[in-house]
Design a protein around this ligand. Structure first.
Ligand code: PML
Ligand code: MG
Length: 280
């Protein structure tokens, strides 16, 4: 058996292919060795067929051998929970944190409005992320249905096991959170991406986060009301960025999280979090 790494990707939809109007159900990214392929392929198919968003009738699995020398190894972001007792407070607190990253208030409001109402032209969720100029709020993603999909990121097996242990010791979610953390870690490691705002499009999962190099992965248990399936991601970028390079990095560059940042903290407001860091 070889010790090559494979990128395994799953994208699933209901009502036909994504490009033909099928509704996006689920997506996942793995970077794994050959001995783990079969188990992961089976579990991703099951996930697409038994998803809380519905059972997929279109499942696309892509398998690609990666060149070892091309895999970038990085450390995970530290995790902070800002405890909020409603999604309204969550959105206000998330806005506060994004403003600390020098994103204009009006731009943040626009981003939150798009996620809350459905950012594609039909008023539904996009398949990938919005790319937004942090000064003007201009949307830079070429296709408002597809958006930009960060791809080819995962943890080494050892880091994934330790992360799951750490999350379980801290009573944190062990399914949505690790995948969101891997994506956010890859996304904000890009120089010109200052922050990512996300909340889940899963109707029974209300959590979301603001990720940045500066503050790490800051999660908010509520960023949307329960029962609603409107959600998605916004990457805030500097306009000076070369969009083509950014797209190539996010979609093509394999990133393996090979170091775990074990810091896990919790605060009852962004102000407290900033105060503890000496950032207020
Ligand atoms: C998703 O469901 O795709 C995004 C989940 C974001 C929040 C994860 C968490 O930190 O609990
Ligand atoms: Mg989801």
């Amino acid at each position: 058996m070889s010790d090559e790494f494979f990128s395994l990707r799953m994208r699933a939809a209901q009502g036909g292919k994504h490009q033909q109007g099928g509704r996006h159900i689920s997506g996942a990214e793995r970077i794994i060795t050959e001995d783990k392929l079969e188990a992961n392929i089976n579990s991703l198919i099951n996930r697409a067929r038994e998803h809380s968003q519905g059972s997929a009738d279109y499942i696309n699995l892509t398998l690609e051998v990666l060149e070892r020398a091309n895999i970038e190894k990085i450390s995970s972001l530290p995790i902070t929970t800002i405890t909020v007792d409603s999604y309204q407070v969550g959105r206000r607190e998330a806005k506060e944190l994004l403003m600390k990253l020098e994103i204009k208030e009006q731009v943040i409001k626009q981003a939150q409005h798009l996620l809350a109402t459905g950012a594609n032209p039909a008023g539904d969720n996009m398949r990938g992320a919005i790319v937004m100029d942090l000064d003007t709020g201009e949307r830079l993603e070429p296709d408002y249905y597809r958006g930009l999909r960060a791809s080819k990121m995962d943890y080494t097996r050892e880091v994934k096991d330790r992360l799951i242990n750490l999350l379980s010791q801290n009573n944190l979610n062990q399914s949505h959170l690790p995948e969101a953390l891997a994506l956010a870690t890859k996304v904000v490691s890009y120089l010109d991406i200052v922050a990512e705002l996300c909340w889940s499009d899963d109707s029974n999962y209300t959590a979301g986060y603001v990720a940045s190099k500066k503050f790490g992965y800051c999660r908010f248990p509520a960023l949307k009301p329960s029962g609603l399936d409107k959600g998605g991601r916004v990457f805030f970028v500097r306009l000076s960025t070369c969009l083509e390079k950014l797209v190539t990095y996010l979609e093509e560059k394999p990133v393996l999280i090979s170091r775990l940042d074990e810091r896990i903290t919790s605060y009852n407001s962004v102000a407290r979090f900033l105060e503890a860091r000496g950032d207020n």
